[in-house]
Every structure is written in C-alpha cells, then in structure tokens.
Design a protein. Structure first.
Length: 384
C-alpha cells in the first residue's frame, strides 16, 4: 500500500474516521467528567547541613548531601510519620473519617486475611498513597505534596506532614541522647564509687604509715645516709691510720677506732634499710595517687560528657525550617482535562486510521489508476 493509495483511502473514509475520533473524544470526556476532582496542596521545607545544633559544628560532608536528602525523603514517607499525622489531626477518633477510610481499605484484596486492621495504620497508609515528596534538584528544599478531594483537607494534611516530620526528626536526635545520658548516669555512679574508694585507700595508707610529706622525709633520710657514709669513710681512714702505727690489737686507741667503724657500719646499714623503706612507701603512695588521678580524670571526662548528652536530650531545635506552608489549592490537579482529551484525540485517530486500513485490506476497492493496472492487468487509457 503506497502513499497515494493511503491518501485516497483516508479521503474516502474521512467520515468514518471523524466518527471514530468523535466517539473516542466523547468517551474521554465522559471518563474525565466521571472522575472525582482531586486537589494537590504543597508545603516546602529547607534543610541545612551545617550547624545543626550547638553541640555539632562539623556539618555534613558535601559528598553525603545526596544520601542525606534521600534519607529525609524516606523518613517523611515512613508509616510512623503518617501515624503521627493521624494522631495530630485526631482522625482515629473521628467516626466519619473512620468509616470513609475503612471503606477504602476494604478494597484491599488482603482484607479477609488481615482481619480487623488498626484504624490509625489504615488512615496512615491512605495518607502515604496520596503523599509525594519531591527533593529539589541542586537544592536543599523538599516539597511535601498531598492530594485529596477536599482542597482544604489537602492543605491541612500537607502542613501536618511537615510538622510530623520535624517531630520525628527531633525524636531521632533526642532519643539516642536520652539513652546516652542514662548510660552515663549509671557509669558516673560507678566511677564516683571507685574514686571515693581510691581516695579512702590513699588516706588510710597515709594514716597507717604516718606519711605527711614523703618527699621531704626521703630527702632527710637520704642526707642522713650520705652523712653516715661520709663518717664511715672517715672512720675507716682513721682505723687504717691507727693500724699503720702498729699499736697492737689491744691498744685502747685501736679498739676505739675499730668500735667506731663498726658502729658507723651498723648505723649505715640501718639507714640504708630506712631509706629503702621510705622509697618503697613513696612508690606505693605514687601508685595510689596515680590511680586516684586516673579515676578523677575519667570521672571528670564522664561528667562533662554526661552534661553534654543531657543538654542534647533536651535540645528541641532541628536543622529543618518550614519555607512555605500549604495554601488551599484553587484548581484541581486531577483529572487533567486537556491531557485526557489530547490522549482521546490521538487514540481516536489511531483507531480510526487503523480500522480503515484493516477494512480496506479485507474489502479491497479501486481507489487509484495503479489498482487497475496491478489488479486487472489492463492499461488505463483515460480517467475522469
């Protein structure tokens, strides 16, 4: 079938094609008119990635911005947020809303297997079906769009979703801080008990040993040791000098020199033991002091972190700001009359032309001179 034949065919069947297009347009118009008008209300949110609160100034890395926005979209589309909207609007206690949404839920093929569903969840699922969250491209703005047959109701639900999202975000940030604060509170009691025990142990050790100033005592005993060591050296020199004079082993001067040397040796030995004992006490005291200081450092760090988490658990500000509240839409967003009629026109043309070609295939007629030449095999001498 060539182009001239198709042109002649369309001319011959023009009335039929117009009829099919007209019927299709009427069907599209009827379909459009029988549809319930639905209105779309939209509210806008702005999300900031830096300085989300006074406790975190690091902000969000640029490479994570896309995943962050996607996460926020998932949070808004979560059933828990939708349930918050239901509770915020008090719909679970509204008998009219309950009847409307339960009828809608009965269209679910799994109704019989579900038994009697939770009304709050039924309404929440209905809200999610009518909810669209659109993140702006190359921006930090989120649009929350809600479609409903009632324009005022659509705007009310859209604003409720933005508030429920903010509340859910606060819970997500505050609840971990509350758990951390409770954990730190328990740990603080343990650390405080340990700190008190080590302080008590240090005090008892000082009392038992009579330690007031261990370093001064060690210095004093060390000086005594050095003094005795010097005296012993002098006494040994004196004994050597007396022995060199060969006064005899029983000579009184020799005996005095030997006795003095032995006495100083004994005193030096005792003094060495005393110095070692004082050093041992100082080492033990240093160990107790070090343990006490470590426990105090851990306690101070824990109490600082505890106060911070306590403040975080009470900080009710987010990095989310409402850019625009939802306004009541004046024109319905659905059905789209122009789109439906355009689709009806295209469908009518396709059906009309397609049907015409099919009819021509099964009921062939002479339309142009070429049909005579090819169909009958005779030349055409003239045409009128």
């Amino acid at each position: 079938m060539n182009f001239p034949l198709i042109v002649q065919l369309l001319r011959a069947r023009a009335v039929f094609i117009v009829f099919v297009v007209g019927v299709t347009l009427l069907a599209a118009l009827a379909f459009t008119l029988q549809q319930t008008k639905r209105y779309t209300a939209s509210s806008s949110l702005v999300l900031t990635f830096k300085d989300a609160g006074p406790f975190d100034s690091r902000g969000l890395p640029t490479q994570l911005a896309g995943s962050y926005m996607a996460t926020q979209v998932d949070i808004i589309n979560n059933r828990n947020v939708a349930v918050k909207v239901v509770d915020q609007l008090g719909l679970s206690d509204d008998p009219v809303a309950a009847e409307r949404y339960m009828k809608r839920h009965k269209g679910n093929p799994d109704w019989s297997s579900e038994g009697v569903p939770n009304l709050r969840e039924v309404i929440a699922d209905a809200f999610l079906d009518d909810l669209t969250v659109r993140p702006a491209r190359e921006s930090r703005v989120l649009s929350v769009e809600v479609m409903s047959a009632d324009p005022q109701y659509a705007a009310q639900i859209a604003d409720a979703f933005t508030q429920a999202y903010i509340d859910a975000t606060l819970e997500l940030s505050m609840e971990p801080a509350r758990r951390n604060a409770a954990w730190f509170d328990t740990q603080l009691k343990v650390l405080q008990t340990r700190l008190e025990e080590q302080q008590q142990k240090l005090t008892e050790y000082q009392q038992q040993r009579g330690i007031v100033a261990i370093d001064e005592r060690l210095d004093t005993e060390t000086r005594r040791l050095e003094d005795l060591s010097s005296k012993l050296t002098a006494a040994q020199a004196n004994t050597y000098e007396v022995r060199s004079r060969q006064l005899g082993a029983q000579h009184p001067e020799y005996l005095r020199a030997v006795d003095q040397e032995r006495s100083l040796e004994a005193s030096l030995s005792r003094q060495k033991a005393k110095v070692l004992e004082v050093k041992k006490e100082r080492d033990q005291l240093d160990l107790l002091v070090r343990d006490l200081e470590n426990s105090r450092s851990m306690y101070d760090a824990a109490i600082q972190r505890y106060y911070q988490t306590s403040l975080e658990s009470q900080f009710n500000q987010t990095n989310i700001a409402v850019l625009n509240t939802a306004s009541i839409p004046e024109k319905p967003s659905s059905p789209k009359e122009f789109v439906n009629m355009a689709l009806g026109l295209i469908l009518g043309l396709v059906l009309g032309i397609g049907t015409t070609i099919i009819l021509e295939v099964f009921n062939r007629r002479v339309r142009i001179e070429e049909d005579i030449r090819q169909g009958l095999g005779i030349p055409v001498l003239a045409s009128i």
